[in-house]
Design a protein around this ligand. Sequence first.
Ligand code: FPP
Length: 250
Amino acid sequence: MSKDLDKPARAESGNIPEHIAIIMDGNGRWAKQRLLPRFAGHTKGVNAVNKVVEACCNRGVRYLTLFAFSSENWRRPPEEVSLLMKLFRKVLVLEINNMCQNNIRLKIIGDLSKFDTELKQLIQNAEEKTAANTGLTLTICANYGGRWDIVNACNELIRDGLDQDSITEEMLSSKLSMAYAPPPDMLIRTGGEARISNFLLWQMAYSEFFFTDTYWPDFDGKSLDEAIASFQKRERRFGRTSEQLLESSE
Ligand code: FPP
């Protein structure tokens, strides 16, 4: 991540989504197309992460949330899981200074209990070092699952001793692992699939979805601008009618 942040290419400067969530898919296919091992795609995927983080800082996006490792990804071949963990460690060690220089606050969410002590320590250090930064909040979802998050939140409410029938949507939201952020305005999924794969299930109730065939390693600031430009054309009604929206803006 360089300090020399590039300028918007296509998206209009108004109505930038405050929170963008991304399912970074297609690393394996990107590598396969080039007759490279799958892991080469993941390594290249880290470059794409850096580009998109920079672009988000430039465009004024406040929250960027990346699905790096799902609770289901443990089912992958052990060598790939182990290499992904290695890559995660590397990012946590090498990128923290850049994040501080760029005023980025890093958060890691998911069931971290499954990670080894060293990785847990690195996560804690990275979060602590960047905690006071006031620019982009970058959240990496690691061993994350939307269902896990909701069940966890319910269990916390029960632990708090709440009475039957007293739980509200606000209370449940407040116990989710990303309670510090507004819900994503837009979900981007690369790699040509059109599903949410147990990502932020609760929070995506009103997110705008953008699916692209581009493989994650090829996704960059220009691709982000295309997604934002599509977002800017959408009418977000949140259950209301177009006429009501017009009235309230007059
Ligand atoms: C999906 O592509 C990608 C992943 C499961 C891992 C994503 C990880 C990175 C981009 C690198 C690490 C990033 C951070 C922030 C630590 P896939 O392997 O399912 O691709 P395929 O569908 O083409 O096989």
